[in-house]
Design a protein around this ligand. Structure first.
Ligand SMILES: Nc1ncnc2c1ncn2[C@@H]1O[C@H](COP(=O)(O)OP(=O)(O)OP(=O)(O)O)[C@@H](O)[C@H]1O
Ligand SMILES: [Mg+2]
Length: 472
């Protein structure tokens, strides 16, 4: 059995080993426990406080301003409260405090304050915000310092892509919110810039903010700004809503934003006012929101990753960019476009890719979409040794391995056994899909050419591609 004295020694040892500051006063306001961490925070010596009456050690405080005395009086705990103060050594300290009343046999015997020092964390988060606002967050302005894209930079003729362009051009004529959905590398950012620079806001700021890059509380400060003394910001700093006033904010990867912040964002959009974190003033704002997601909006709703109300507020105009594997028509065109681009940039005279390469390109699924195609071509041209036509050797092996796999699939799927009775429609369907796939393949995804090979009209082929859900 350990004695009380031993227990007390153990307690003192523990208190001095932990990072949290601990201060316990008895019901008469005398300090009965005070650890080193608390002494360091407050710029005191343990002996100056331990055993002394609280108010005689801290004469500037009273029952209103001291949380310990307040809790002793009211018996109501104060949890997770942030405090900023200058300590005895005139050092600025920020803490998160919890203060709770203490009881023995239902009798109040005192109160304890537990303080976590967050000064360093706070400094770091301030520094991140400062860097974010000066360097990492691209601020696109009409001064041309950062690449600006317009609709002319967006290449593609396939119907799905053209529909997306049509929607984006319509959106540019309005100030409505827009949700752009597309897999990674499909050109979402280009679309968003296209909308901004073609809109009446085009001469005003365009600010892009990635919602996945920061924890929620920091993102909130970045969006809405901070007020002096508030937990997340030591200085008055406008958020990007204020900075982009009159212009457009791109909220990239909105699907990564936490649900609580989504609710706050919705309020700002509905009310047209922003309130800085820790502030009291409502600041009127006029910004257009364009959000992007690389996950299907329907599944975001289904899995509760986006609030329904926010979704309907933002999805006023919907631009859906099909992945490259679903618009293979565009592959030859984009290939030529990027070859021209890198011929200029690298001072080369490459004429194109070989037919065999192009065929593989139309079979490969391009998980990184247009960005992946562009990078593959840039890589190949960097490695080129003056050849006119880029062939298989210039591109990564996996492109051709994947393409071969796909090719094998299209070759072997016509198995019609005359022994089993199949519905004639099913037989026709099998034959049609197999021949259509072959024709599309040998014409590198060009619908007009494939239709010619099959001896049918382009529209008929388009109809069948849709009917059989064949990727093209
Ligand atoms: N239709 C297109 N025409 C020309 N270039 C394109 C097109 N689509 C994409 N690109 C090229 O691909 C690159 C990637 O596009 P972007 O950054 O807009 O993709 P994203 O959809 O925003 O991708 P992520 O989800 O990864 O952010 C662009 O820098 C551009 O060079
Ligand atoms: Mg992007």
């Amino acid at each position: 059995m350990v004695t009380k004295n031993v227990l007390m020694t153990i307690l003192k040892n523990i208190l001095d080993a932990i990072d949290e500051g601990i201060h316990v006063i008895d019901k008469n306001g005398f300090t009965i426990l005070y650890n080193h961490a608390m002494a360091e925070l407050e710029g005191m010596k343990v002996d100056e406080v331990l055993g002394h009456k609280f108010l005689s050690v801290f004469p500037d405080l009273d029952y209103q301003t001291s949380t310990l005395l307040q809790v002793l009086q009211t018996e109501k705990p104060i949890l997770d409260q942030s405090q900023t103060y200058l300590n005895k050594q005139k050092k600025k300290i920020m803490t998160i405090n919890s203060t709770i009343p203490l009881y023995v046999n239902n009798q109040k015997i005192g109160a304890v304050e537990i303080a976590k020092n967050i000064t360093r964390i706070k400094d770091l988060s301030d520094e991140i915000m400062r860097l974010q606002q000066t360097i990492s967050k691209p601020v696109y302005r009409s001064d041309g310092k950062i690449p600006r894209y317009t609709f002319e930079d967006l290449k593609g003729q396939s119907p799905g892509f053209q529909k997306a362009i049509k929607m984006a051009k319509r959106a540019a004529k309005t100030s409505s919110s827009v949700l752009v959905y597309g897999e990674t590398g499909t050109g979402k950012e280009l679309f968003v810039q296209g909308i901004h620079y073609n809109s009446s806001r085009g001469k005003n700021p365009f600010i892009a903010q990635n919602c996945a890059a920061f924890p929620e509380s920091l993102l909130e400060s970045i969006l809405f700004g901070t007020t002096k003394g508030s937990f997340t910001g030591a200085v008055d700093r406008p958020g990007i809503f204020e900075q982009a006033n009159g212009g457009t904010i791109l909220l990239d990867e909105i699907n990564s934003m936490g649900l609580q912040l989504q609710a706050k964002l919705l309020r700002v959009l509905q009310e047209g006012y922003v309130r800085r974190v820790g502030g009291l003033k409502d600041i009127p704002i006029d910004v257009r929101i364009i959000a992007t997601t690389n996950e299907d909006p329907q599944s975001l709703l289904e899995y509760g990753k986006i609030r329904k109300d926010l979704y309907y507020r933002i999805n006023v105009v919907n631009v859906t960019i099909p992945p490259l594997r679903e618009r293979k028509d565009d592959i030859p065109l984009l290939t030529d476009y990027f070859i021209t681009k890198f011929n200029d940039r690298l001072d080369l005279t490459v004429a194109g890719v070989t037919d065999q390469c192009l065929r593989a390109f139309t079979l490969y699924p391009w998980p990184g979409n247009v960005r992946e195609l562009e990078n593959a071509i840039e890589g190949a041209m960097n490695l080129s040794l003056g050849e006119k036509w880029l062939d298989e050797d210039c591109f990564p092996d996996y492109v051709f391995r994947e393409a071969e796999k796909k090719f094998a699939e299209t070759q072997n799927n016509l198995h019609i056994s005359l022994d089993e009775f199949l519905d004639l429609n099913e037989v026709m369907e099998k034959v049609e899909t197999t021949y259509i796939k072959k024709a599309m393949l040998s014409s590198s995804g060009n619908i007009s050419q494939a239709a010619q090979r099959l001896g049918i009209k382009r529209q008929t082929l388009q109809h069948k591609l849709k009917k059989y859900r064949l990727e093209h």
